[in-house]
Design a protein around this ligand. Sequence first.
Ligand SMILES: O=P(O)(O)OC[C@@H](O)[C@@H](O)c1c[nH]c2ccccc12
Length: 255
Amino acid sequence: MTEMMLTKAINACIGRGEKAFIPYIMAGDDGLHTLKDNLLFLQEAGVTAIEIGIPFSDPVADGPVIQQAGERALAHGVTLRSVVEELTAIGNEIRIPLIIMTYLNPVLRYGIGEFVEDCRRIGLGGLIIPDLPLEESGLLRSALDGSGIALVPLVSLTSPNERIQKITATGEGFIYAVTVNGITGVRNEFEDNLALHFEHLKAVSPVPVLAGFGISTPEQVRAIGGLADGVIVGSAIVDAFHRQDLAGVKALVNA
Ligand SMILES: O=P(O)(O)OC[C@@H](O)[C@@H](O)c1c[nH]c2ccccc12
């Protein structure tokens, strides 16, 4: 299989001896017109790729910061379709891979075929759909086949070995290793067995392994990033953008 754009970008980073950094932003927090500026700012800051969250009414995995950002975006009328339209309009000014993170329901409402076609037109790098289990992913997987769009799987701390094998075997783009049990958001402490967990994941995964959930300070970016091939930071980035603390965003990216 040829290496997908998303994997390539992460591996290029690792090849330079750096860790990948993927910020998560909520699309249309403070209005959809801010999306382009935020993407350009993050690209300029040097991130590896960007995860764009789609607001949803029942965000089961989201902690309070992301939930509130989602509510603001919904109040601005932001939908999966309006985000895809905005990304189409932004066009090739963004040269790093973009990942759409959405729950399954908006994709089904959009229509899988039409959604994948529109994502292909944007040149999307990947998709994260947290409520789509491996066993149910066949339909979407066949629609994505040959598109170059990675379906990024989540692995939890409690996934048994056998399941880790299965998930990593079909993993595309990178493996999203969730570093805490529970929802997204700030944490003060992590499990002590994280190092072993990541060693195991990296040994079995054909694609890079990135850590996400609960990473909210530059120190945590360095510490957890040191165990994995890179990190994903959501709540802390969403919060900093919302407070217009651009220096805070940069401090996380350049940790
Ligand atoms: O906010 P945190 O704890 O930094 O975690 C990343 C996360 O926000 C982002 O990747 C994300 C937001 N919502 C999700 C739902 C499921 C999986 C991942 C996500």
